[in-house]
Write a protein that binds this ligand. Sequence first.
Ligand code: 76R
Length: 275
Amino acid sequence: MTDQLPDALVSAEGWHVQHLFYKIEHGAWTLLDRAEQVEAKTNLAELVAEIRATEGAQLLTFAMVSPKADLGFMLLCADLQKSNAFEKRLSLALGADILTPAYSFLSMTERSEYTTSEAEYAESLVKEDGLAAGTPEHEEKLTAFRERMAKYMKDRLYPVLPPWPAMCFYPMSKRRGTAGQNWYALSFEERKKLMLGHAKIGRTWHGKILQLITGSTGLDDWEWGVTLLAHDPLNFKGIVYEMRFDAVSAQYADFGEFFIGLQLPLDEIFRRVLL
Ligand code: 76R
């Protein structure tokens, strides 16, 4: 054994993301006396504050809707060592046997391989907009493109998630193996074309849905985690339904279990889940 802290596990790109959903064991909770219950809640509240004060860490707290789960966290961390240590402490912060894991998912923020490159955009300016390379108009458009892409990359890799009240999470994979429906057997050009159609639908939901797609190939049992935030839960139903008609989802996507959470401050969550 050594007293040294392990080296941080910070990836070359992106943050580690854990979705952690728990059930509350009300039987075990009622065995605690009032003082122990207050201590347990203070313990969790202090841990939540500690995580939120940690550089490179972000924590969202949810009251989960339906008996699938009661309490939910979404933990984003630059360092997987920290993410792992926080996750273990979150599970135990209310005391032994109070929280039982209902569902968990490990993934990472990622850039998309289908994003338009600067070279592609520059070429489209010439071919589609008739702006010759090297002209001031062409340069101006390229500068704006670079700025847009820098913000877009930051939002995808290092997002700051807003406190929108409703959250929808589900895991998904792209199909492999079914005859004629193997996403991974398609050429890059075919996949890129299909993803453009997907993004086009997605953009019509701008302002109503905030989506974070995190990659989990090699990390968990599905290939992506889909986290959607909204002000109106009807928009979850709307976007997921509309996307089912788009080729990418209609032909190539398989989905796991869906979870709905309400993003609330911890004291309101305690009241809501009857702690
Ligand atoms: O990131 C971007 O905004 C650029 C375009 C884009 C990519 C590359 C995009 C846009 N998505 C991308 C990638 Mn998406 N997305 C999903 C789901 O329920 C379903 O049918 C599928 C779940 C939703 C609801 C959704 C919403 N997207 C991906 C990927 C990675 C694929 C890969 O690499 O092979 C997955 C798994 C995926 C799934 N997508 C958008 C949205 C929305 C709302 C947008 C528009 C974002 C905006 O511009 O505001």
